[in-house]
Design a protein around this ligand. Structure first.
Ligand SMILES: [Zn+2]
Length: 186
C-alpha cells in the first residue's frame, strides 16, 4: 500500500510558491518542509488499514441508547483542500451484546475525518463503520455540524454559517425523533 511521500509534498509546495512568485522570499524558506510535515501527519490515516478496535460485552436486555454528543473533528474538503470542522454527534443502539468503547468511536471519527472528504460522505462512512463493527441491525443516528471554509473563504463567502447534515441506519422516524430529542437534552 502506498504511503504519503513527504519529499514529493516538499517539491509540490516549492513549485506552488514558485508559481505564486514568492519562492525567493526569506519568510517562506521553511514553508515547504513545514507544510509537508503538516499534511503527512494530519493525513496519516489515508493509507492505513481499518482501525482495530475492541468490543465490550454488555447485557443487551438493559441496553438503551448510547449517546456521544459533540465529538470535535477537523477535515479538508476534497474539492479545494480547505478546512471544514465542527462536531459529530452519535446516537446508537447495538443489535448484539457488545458496544464500542467511547474512545474507539472518537478514533473512528478521527480516522474518517482526517482525510480529504465532504461532510455528507463523512457522516455515512462513520455510520457504516460502526454498523460493520457492532451489527448490521444496529439503530444509529449521526449528525454533523460544521463550518466550511470552502464556503466562507471562496464561492459565496458567507462567514460563520453552520452547515448541518445527518444520516441514519435501520431507524424509524419515531426513533430518529427520539435520538434528536436526546441530543438536544443531554
Ligand atoms: Zn471545497
Amino acid at each position: 500500500m502506498s504511503k504519503i511521500q513527504k519529499d514529493e509534498i516538499v517539491i509540490a509546495i516549492k513549485n506552488l510558491l514558485k508559481a505564486l512568485r514568492i519562492d525567493e522570499l526569506q519568510e517562506f524558506a521553511s514553508t515547504p518542509e513545514l507544510v509537508s510535515e503538516f499534511y503527512s501527519g494530519f493525513l496519516a490515516f489515508l493509507h492505513e488499514p481499518p482501525l482495530d478496535l475492541p468490543l465490550y460485552p454488555v447485557t443487551n436486555a438493559h441496553l438503551e441508547n448510547i449517546v456521544l454528543r459533540k465529538i470535535p473533528f477537523y477535515s479538508l474538503c476534497s474539492h479545494h483542500l480547505l478546512p471544514f470542522f465542527g462536531t459529530v454527534s452519535i446516537v446508537y443502539r447495538p443489535d448484539k451484546d457488545c458496544v464500542l468503547g467511547f474512545s474507539g468511536i472518537v478514533r473512528i471519527v478521527r480516522y474518517f475525518s482526517q482525510r480529504p472528504t465532504i461532510q455528507e460522505v463523512l457522516a455515512n462512512k462513520i455510520a457504516d463503520d460502526i454498523l460493520h463493527r457492532i451489527g448490521n441491525n444496529t439503530l444509529i443516528y449521526i449528525e454533523i455540524n460544521a463550518r466550511q471554509l470552502c464556503v466562507e473563504m471562496r464561492g459565496v463567502r458567507v462567514g460563520g454559517m453552520d452547515i448541518f447534515c445527518s444520516t441514519s441506519r435501520n431507524a424509524s422516524s419515531d426513533w430518529i425523533q427520539l435520538a434528536k430529542a436526546t441530543l438536544a437534552t443531554v
